[in-house]
Structures are given as structure tokens and as C-alpha cells.
Design a protein around this ligand. Sequence first.
Ligand SMILES: [Zn+2]
Length: 122
Amino acid sequence: MPPDSKTCQACGRRITWRKKWKDDWDDVRYCSTGCRKRGVGVADRDLEQRILDTLDGRARSASICPSDVARQKSPDDWRPLMEPVRQAARRLVAQGRVEITQQGHVVDPSTAKGPIRIRLPR
Ligand SMILES: [Zn+2]
């Protein structure tokens, strides 16, 4: 990671240094007001754990879809969980615990658009 960027604690996207942060860059933890307000709660940590547990239950080389985790947590109302699961996956990428792929290739979680899969690092 370049020295002038860090990862948002909430959404897991890259935060690029901006001039307004020149005096307190070390304290910046969120990319936006929305992320700061939302923060990371117990439910978000639970999604991270569910991703890891789900991967743990599969073959070492397997990948999972975010919807696998969303459906497992809330079978009848899983769609609203898709973005929270993707955010959890991005936070795990920042921790080096998973990779996000598209068509079998590792992608940048900050910029990937469209369907993603999650797998353990190779
Ligand atoms: Zn953010």
C-alpha cells in the first residue's frame, strides 16, 4: 500500500490522502462522514466471522459469493446484507485474511464493480 493511503475502518475502501487531513492524517479512520457515523458494530464483526467460518468449511481452494453469507445470516431477507457483507470482505482484505476475485483474478476491493467472490489468500 502506498504510504499516503490507508483503509477505511468501515467500508474497507482505500482512503487517499487529502490536503484537509495534513494535520491529522494519523487520526483519520473513515473515508466519509457516512462511514464514520455508521462505524463498525457487532453485526459487522459477525459478518466478518461468518465469511471466515464459511471459507473454513469449504475446500482450501474454494471461493464463496457474498450472498452465501448473507443468506446464511438472514435467509428470508438477505439482500439488504449484500453491501454489509462486501464491506466485511473488504475489511478482511485489508487485514490480509481473504482475497476478493472476479473471474478468478484478484481485484482491488476499492474499485471492483459487479459480482465478486471471496477466497482465502493463495
Ligand atoms: Zn468508508
